[in-house]
Design a protein around this ligand. Sequence first.
Ligand SMILES: *Cc1c(COP(=O)(O)O)cnc(C)c1O
Length: 365
Amino acid sequence: MIPENPYLLLTPGPLSTSKTVRAAMDRDWCTWDTDYKSIVQKIRESLLDLSHGGEAYTSVLMQGSGTFSVEAVLWTSLRPKSKILVLSNGAYGQRMARIATSMQAATVVVEFPEHKQADPETVEKTLQTHPDITHIGMVHSETTTGMLNNYAPVAALAARWGKVFILDAMSSFGGIPLDVKWPEIDFLISSANKCIQGVPGFGFVIAKKSTLLECKGNSRSHSLDLYDQWETMEKDPGKWRFTSPTHTVRAFLQALTELENEGGISARHARYAANHQTLVSGMEKIGIKPFLETKDQSPIITAFHEPQSTAFSFEKLYQLLKSEGFVIYPGKVSQAATFRIGHIGHVFPEDIHRLVAAVEKIKFW
Ligand SMILES: *Cc1c(COP(=O)(O)O)cnc(C)c1O
């Protein structure tokens, strides 16, 4: 027998999943049989509904972790003459820029400080200086800090200037309501093991059909060709090109059902926000302050300043919390000593109360 989970993952993916999501993996599937393909089709429809895409949009699933889907979007949508503007205020914005440059795409990176939102005026100036920019990419929930980037003004600029707009909504989709049509997003990217609360193994893209249709034959990567994957899933409905992560896919369908049973994205958003508020007010009582201003903070993950005391060590906090049944995240902010606590997944305000009590109990600094 495999033991029950020894600790709760307070990490933004992979995250703690429900027992029923894990149980859904307990059988095998044949990838070309309609029993399996109909699961894939249900998932594709459901993702489209959750994003309010409707007729003008489509969804494609892609093997691998979330980064593979970001890379698939770039390989598929960038042409030799394209130039992408990447806005970054953290590690995931930088990762998108890194992917673009390593595929030798013309790339303009505009960096903002980790505690600041992308400023639309700077974006517009950059578009004026580089009229050959064809694509704009940015991150919605920047998991480095917990910053919720306001993408709407940038998406509006992209629409006004006729640029393809790419949003890495990896750690927000399913946990924060949005509509891909307004302001318009050409490619929205997310993955199975974040706010939908599935297990890891694939990513997905909600794409504006007219934009995707122009991408046939673009990709110089064979396995990361999103167009080809989409065409296969359309022509033989629900069929992936290569081996698909069947158990993960079945678990994801269960996760979608559980999202619906919870009351949909707005109800899940409310739970995550309650987790976040419980956490911040509890930690502030202990004297631990969040890194970001409240107005910028997402309900996904919170970065905290490490306590000033020289007795503090993240490693010690990590080990003590682990022995109390919680796994947390180290900091990723470059400008300050921080640590992070994720509050998405099968995690509830009661769990966060228990976490805060554990921090108070072990306080060693
Ligand atoms: C999780 C995440 C990714 C993808 O990371 P993988 O480890 O490849 O799944 C990309 N962007 C953001 C903002 C994320 O939170």
